[in-house]
Design a protein. Structure first.
Length: 643
């Protein structure tokens, strides 16, 4: 219905018809000051003013298939709320003071074509909750009151039912849309138009939640309907409460003229969603990540984020002339970030309003900051501080890390531009395994790559992600990758042994599922558009079949004496005061880089407390403190000549 958006004259004409209808009711209740000819003349004049547009009461009557008596009963209930003269007549007829309600007995005796079934629980007035009935009284004396939402609707006052407002969110169609999504809208509307039955529910599954909203809103608009969304988690699981919500929504969908989209997460109860879908009429969409059974036959469409070629076109459309400010930056953005059309539109609008000298960097940083809050709840963000000069590794390992950065940077050109994506099933992801003892620089290397590629770095402790409950590990991993998909952040999975160290030999159902979890992680890493890194202290624990699915395996060796000396030389900032610190002597201490940095920092605090420059004496104390933490004694040969 479109009461809220009628032409300006409609509201006064609708009000005039209500006044005429109330006059007719006063006549039926015995008002001698008004005659039948007067009533008919008043009604005819009001209908002429409507100019063939339906009044609110006529829309309700048709939409809910009200009989003549039910229509009159509804108007009588409205009249005792709005017309003081009608209130007096009804109160006199009932011999009691009215408080916004009449008795069913009064309606039966005063209104024509009366029938008892008008207030049956399955009748339109009761089922659609157009009126409220006091069921604690006998039916003839039961109080009948018009629902407040319906009262305002009849008066031409538009608003969303207050009981639904906290649950629903209005969705407006986006002006920017990917071509593949436009084609989906065409297919959906053509299919629904071609069906003679009630519209089948439409399930939109895929990784583009905003795209799902846009497709649903555009499709609803083709039927002159608005769109509201409700979270599946807000659907009541109690059957009676769910049925009440269904009736309330269906009534509202008729009053407002709108469709509904249920936004579902994997952890939501799809049995509740299915019950809602099964009993709810009207145009209904269900947005999910993966397709699910919905209780009745449905139309199913995949809505994923646009690919690189379409994103490039969307960016150019959204930026318009502003695209000239970018010097190759757009290609880098398209290659790294996979955004919905609506997000591209928003980013382009912010970019156009900004006045920046370095437009490429400005656009990149805006995209980089998008939608990171969900990932922050699932992983620890690391502020990357390390640079290439801070990383001390053999030349071959440094070359491997440079190759990782190169493949991330030129992935789009090779896969999309040169057509290699059509020849591989491994996706556009870059997966790497960093193997080595604790403190050998695995996390630092991830920081270096994050700085080099200007990407955010998030560390995920796999030991905390892996669950003893079947299926929970997959769900945790899915949430992490889904949250990171748009930003293209670097994901660093620490303690890979927690998952990969499980037996690959299948002895029972738990072993079988452990292998499924490993395969799922590798599958998501391969499909992930960003860089995903696994770290392990025990490379030997990994099954060779799993290792073959990783793009890079970088071994971080325990540093020899020459490498340790290089690490010691980088351990002290330029401003740190040093007193005859000898990196060559320090390098005899057989520890990894992480421990070296800890000792350097600890010695700095000892020197600061003593008011002295950092000396070998402070480093000697720091070395023994670090050894105590590791429960490994330092030999006399390692520190000979320090003091």
């Amino acid at each position: 219905m479109n009461t809220a958006i009628q032409r300006p004259h409609w509201s006064s004409a609708n009000q005039a018809l209500m006044v005429a209808e109330f006059a007719r009711l006063r006549m039926l209740l015995g008002d001698e000051q008004i005659s039948e000819p007067q009533v008919q003349s008043q009604l005819a004049e009001a209908r002429a003013a409507l100019k063939l547009e339906p009044a609110a009461i006529d829309e309700l009557t048709e939409a809910f298939a009200l009989s003549g008596f039910e229509r009159a009963l509804l108007l009588l209930c409205a009249g005792v709320e709005m017309d003081t003269r009608l209130v007096s007549l009804a109160a006199h007829a009932e011999a009691r003071t009215l408080n916004g309600a009449i008795s069913f007995g009064l309606a039966l005796s005063a209104l024509p074509e009366a029938h008892w079934s008008a207030l049956a629980p399955v009748s339109p007035l009761r089922y659609w909750r157009l009126v409220n009935v006091d069921t604690n009284q006998p039916l003839t004396s039961a109080s009948v009151r018009i629902d407040e939402r319906i009262l305002h609707y009849l008066a031409g006052v538009p608003y969303l039912d207050g009981r639904l407002q906290p649950l629903l969110r209005a969705i407006e169609p986006s002006s920017l849309m990917a071509d593949q999504h436009r084609r989906l809208v065409e297919h959906i509307t053509t299919t629904l138009h071609g069906s003679s039955d009630a519209p089948a529910p439409v399930q939109l599954h895929g990784n583009d939640s905003l795209g799902q909203e846009d497709v649903a809103a555009r499709a609803a608009a083709r039927f002159a309907l608005g769109l509201y969304a409700i979270k599946a988690a807000d659907l009541p699981q109690d059957p009676h409460e769910l049925q009440a919500l269904i009736a309330l929504w269906q009534r509202e969908s008729v009053l407002v003229g709108c469709a509904l989209m249920i936004e579902a997460q994997d952890e939501d109860s799809f049995s509740t969603i299915s019950r809602f879908v099964e009993k709810c009429d009207g145009l209904l969409f269900v947005a999910t990540r993966e397709p699910h059974e919905l209780g009745r036959a449905s139309l199913n469409y995949c809505v994923n984020r646009p690919g690189a070629a379409e994103q490039r076109g969307l960016w150019k459309d959204a930026l318009g002339m502003q695209a000239k400010r970018l010097n190759g930056g757009l290609e880098r953005v398209v290659g790294q970030f996979r955004l919905s059309a609506r997000m591209i539109e928003a980013m382009a609008g912010n970019f156009a309003a900004a006045d920046e000298d370095d437009a490429d960097t400005g656009l990149w940083n805006r995209c980089r900051s998008l939608r990171l809050s969900p990932l922050s709840k699932l992983a620890q963000r690391i502020e990357p501080m390390a640079q290439w000069d801070d990383l001390v590794l053999p030349e071959s390992e440094l070359e491997q890390l440079c190759k990782v950065a190169t493949q991330v940077r030129y992935r789009l050109q090779v896969y999309e531009g040169w057509g290699f994506a059509k020849q591989t099933q491994r996706g556009l992801g870059i997966s790497a395994l960093f193997a080595g003892e604790s403190g050998t620089g695995k996390t630092m290397a991830a920081e270096v790559l994050a700085n080099e590629l200007r990407l955010d770095l998030y560390r995920i402790d796999l030991a905390s992600v892996v669950s003893k409950y079947i299926g929970e590990t997959e769900k945790n991993l899915r949430q992490i990758f889904d949250a990171a998909e748009e930003s293209g952040a670097i994901l660093l999975f620490d303690e890979a042994d927690a998952l990969f160290g499980k037996r690959s030999e299948v002895k029972d159902s738990h072993d079988r599922y452990a292998n499924i979890e490993v395969s799922y992680l590798l599958q998501r890493m391969e499909a992930y558009r960003g860089l995903a890194i696994l770290t392990t202290n025990q490379k030997a624990a990994l099954d060779p079949a799993f290792s073959r699915r990783l793009r890079f395996i970088v071994q971080f060796p325990f540093p020899d004496e020459a490498l340790r000396e290089a690490i010691w030389r980088r351990a002290f900032p330029a401003l740190a005061p040093l007193d005859q610190v000898d990196p060559a002597k320090l390098a005899r201490l057989n520890v990894a880089g992480g421990h070296i940095r800890n000792m350097a920092l600890s010695a700095a605090f000892l020197a600061a407390e003593a008011g002295e420059p950092i000396s070998m004496r402070h480093l000697f104390q720091a070395a023994h403190s670090e050894a105590a933490k590791r429960e490994r004694a330092i030999t006399e040969a390692e520190t000979r000549g320090w003091l």
